[in-house]
Design a protein around this ligand. Structure first.
Ligand SMILES: [Zn+2]
Length: 360
């Protein structure tokens, strides 16, 4: 038989503190005021402990049916009675039914948010990318380039710049409608090249050093032009901006995250292109090489030569590194490049030499 214990009761609506007798019975907790003014009956399922029981402080309870009410009982025997009748009150942490339910809800919301980030925004970004005015994309790309290169100088040698313009023009001459491009070489040893929104393409010095001839550079450039033409960088950019905005919304830290990502090499490149985007750019680049009258085997030879270096962990970045580490597999891409030899070079010897020295 459960004991009856003295306690204090407040209904939470008035300041009055009532002296009560509390008794844990089979059907719940019975609270009777000593003056006989009221009685309350709290079912065990509705009761919650305000804080864990402690020897030196009264044990405080409330009920979901009266969330503002407080019952406070000092007797340790009362706690023992409750422990027998309603052990769930003394479970802590995630074992508490309400907490478990809340946690499930939080996980559900996070899953939906995650799904939206990885599926919703990417799906939206393709049609959105078609809507962005060229001028905005151009500006966005320029800002992004500045951020990604942070401090890495753009190579400006006059003959080299002229040679790069010749190469770009040769590749894009046949395009209709014409594609507005801004191709630069950045003074960095990494073997890499990437496209940014608004027709910006960056080739790293390391790529020029590893290339054996201008065709290999042309082939990489043609692939990047493929990304530009399909507006892939803008899609990724919208994806990144979307994530940034959402993160901002939930944490107020989105712009910080974007900043950090920009500094360490870019969320843009971190997210990377999808398998389909790479296949599209490969096919586009290959066609461009054919239209320009250049050998399509160049890219295959270049990557075959780079493979051991990549496996040795040499500095091969983002786009180019993707050939060795991820999708589509290198072998598939080399095969898809099909070796057609036209005997023509993308640049004459003078221009090729000038391009190789663009960063001097
Ligand atoms: Zn690519």
């Amino acid at each position: 038989m459960a004991g009856a214990y003295d306690g204090d009761f407040s209904d939470g609506h008035t300041a009055a503190l009532h002296e009560v007798v509390a008794q844990a019975q089979n059907d719940g907790l019975h609270i009777n005021s000593k003056t006989g003014d009221f009685t309350e009956h709290w079912k065990f399922a509705d009761i919650r402990a305000i804080d864990p029981p402690r020897a030196d402080t009264p044990f405080r309870l409330t009920s979901q049916t009266m969330p503002d009410a407080r019952l406070s009982v000092a007797s340790p025997e009362f706690v023992d009675d409750l422990r027998r009748q309603a052990p769930q009150l003394f479970l802590t942490g995630f074992a508490q039914p309400t907490l478990r339910r809340n946690l499930a809800l939080v996980i559900l919301v996070l899953c939906i948010l995650g799904l939206f980030l990885w599926q919703g925004i990417p799906r939206l970004s393709a049609p959105l990318a078609q809507l962005v005015p060229a001028q905005w994309a151009q500006k966005f790309g320029e800002t992004y380039r500045g951020r990604l290169l942070s401090g890495v100088p753009i190579c400006k040698d006059a003959s080299g710049t002229a040679a790069l313009a010749v190469l770009t023009k040769r590749l894009t001459n046949s395009l209709s409608p014409p594609l507005k491009l801004n191709v630069v070489v950045a003074d960095k040893a990494q073997v890499n090249a990437f496209a940014l929104p608004g027709g910006h393409i960056v080739i790293m010095r390391g790529l020029l050093e590893k290339a054996e001839n201008s065709d290999e550079v042309a082939a990489v450039l043609a692939h990047e032009i493929g990304h530009v033409s399909r507006r892939h960088p803008l899609q990724i950019g919208i994806h990144v901006a979307g994530i940034g905005m959402l993160v901002d919304l939930f944490t107020g830290e989105g712009s910080t995250l974007m900043g950090i990502a920009g500094d360490v090499g870019g969320l843009l490149l971190l997210l990377g292109y999808s398998r389909d985007m790479e296949r599209e750019a490969d096919a586009y680049g290959r066609n461009l090489m054919v239209t320009t009258g250049l050998s399509t085997g160049a890219i295959a030879r270049f990557f075959a030569r780079l493979e051991p270096a990549a496996k040795n962990g040499e500095e091969i970045g983002g786009e180019i590194g993707g050939y060795f580490s991820s999708h589509p597999p290198l072998k598939e891409r080399i095969k898809a490049a099909e070796n057609t030899e036209t005997g023509r070079r993308a640049l004459n010897d003078t221009d090729w030499m000038a391009l190789q020295k663009i960063c001097r």
